[in-house]
Design a protein around this ligand. Structure first.
Ligand SMILES: Cc1cc2nc3c(=O)[nH]c(=O)nc-3n(C[C@H](O)[C@H](O)[C@H](O)COP(=O)(O)OP(=O)(O)OC[C@H]3O[C@@H](n4cnc5c(N)ncnc54)[C@H](O)[C@@H]3O)c2cc1C
Length: 306
């Protein structure tokens, strides 16, 4: 029997775990991935807005988190595959068949990338769909590519690809890009990037590999086809709440509703970080929410909450 089980080892879950440990709570963190850090592992630009730390990228911050938690005594299981969670009973069942019981539970499962849901997107996985420019761009050196999306992640990836690709086409549904000013300025100075706003990707076409993308400009009579060898999609995120959605109150998009104590609609079940904060998903928001949940739990269990 644990005092707290935390699901997810991103910034929110790890902050909650560190605080729970310091407050004397028996804590277990369950992380489905092989590595801790969650979205930090997707951040390839310098992070200058997390007070007290300046890092070259998210992995560097993740490594600092890992170093800091090494001294803590909470249990951390990576590659933990959860079969089901009974929130009212606070029971977690793993795919391995193991059953875990806890007094309180913290959901810190964050978000995942949204898909376009157009023909070709799934079929060409590993055959021209680019997962990450930072990781995969060498494979697309010298090739024409397309990036779909208009936020920070899309523009950042377009800029990275532009270092090796002769042409990068950025396709964005909205009228203006949503990316931060610094990225948009860099985009303007990068001549091999063409931006189509008010346009949508309709289909990804090819044989053994991606060969083209079909794009429809708003107001145009029909889509046009553009030859590309790679397509990268960054159109936002959605919450990882499938395991819980039927049991707790969520908003229309599936984000968990919480009180100012980070508590969900089920007593002693809490949620922290991006999974409950679509308005301002940040590292500091997630770590702060993790601290709040831990302090509230320690107070309820009469542990050292001062
Ligand atoms: C490209 C990019 C740039 C960013 N730049 C900044 C920035 O400059 N400054 C800033 O403050 N923020 C930035 N952010 C946002 C910041 O990274 C997030 O707000 C923060 O990391 C969220 O942490 P989290 O713990 O809530 O969720 P996540 O980091 O999403 O972690 C959730 C964890 O839960 C795990 N999980 C999910 N489902 C399960 C399950 N069923 N079982 C077990 N584990 C599960 C996931 O594998 C993951 O490890 C950026 C994000 C991105 C993508």
């Amino acid at each position: 029997m644990y005092d707290v089980i935390i699901i997810g080892a991103g910034a929110g879950g790890l902050s909650a775990a560190l605080w729970c440990d310091e407050l004397g709570l028996e804590t277990l963190v369950l992380e489905q991935a092989a590595e801790i850090g969650g979205q930090l592992l997707w951040v390839h630009h310098p992070i200058n807005n997390y007070l007290g730390r300046r890092v070259a990228n998210g992995r560097e911050l993740r490594d600092q988190f890992a170093e800091q938690i090494a001294a803590a005594e909470f249990d951390l299981w990576t590659q933990a595959e959860i079969e089901s969670v009974d929130l009212p009973a606070r029971r977690v069942v793993l795919r391995s068949g193991e059953q875990l019981q806890t007094i309180t539970l913290i959901i810190a499962t964050g978000v995942r990338r949204r898909k376009l849901g157009i023909p070709g997107e799934t079929e060409f996985a590993g055959r021209g769909m680019i997962e990450s420019a930072a990781r995969d761009r060498d494979m697309f050196a010298g090739e024409d590519v397309c990036v779909v999306g208009g936020g920070d992640a899309a523009v950042e990836n377009a800029l990275l690809l532009a270092e090796l690709c002769p042409t990068v086409t950025l396709v964005h549904r909205g009228k203006t890009l949503k990316a931060r000013g610094e990225f948009v300025e860099r985009l303007k100075g990068t001549h091999c990037i063409t931006v189509f706003t008010g346009a949508e990707a309709r289909r990804i076409i090819g044989g053994a590999h991606v060969e083209a993308i079909e794009i429809e400009r708003h107001g145009a009579i029909k889509p046009f086809r553009m030859a590309v060898r790679g397509v990268l999609v960054r159109i936002g995120v959605e919450p990882n709440t499938e395991l819980f959605r039927e049991q707790i109150n969520c908003d229309a998009r599936g984000y968990v509703n919480v009180t100012s104590e980070q508590e969900t609609s089920i007593p002693n079940v809490f949620a922290v970080g991006d999974v409950e904060n679509p308005l301002a998903p940040t590292i500091s928001g997630a770590t702060g929410a993790g601290a709040t949940a831990a302090k509230v739990i320690a107070g309820r269990l009469n542990r050292r909450s001062e």
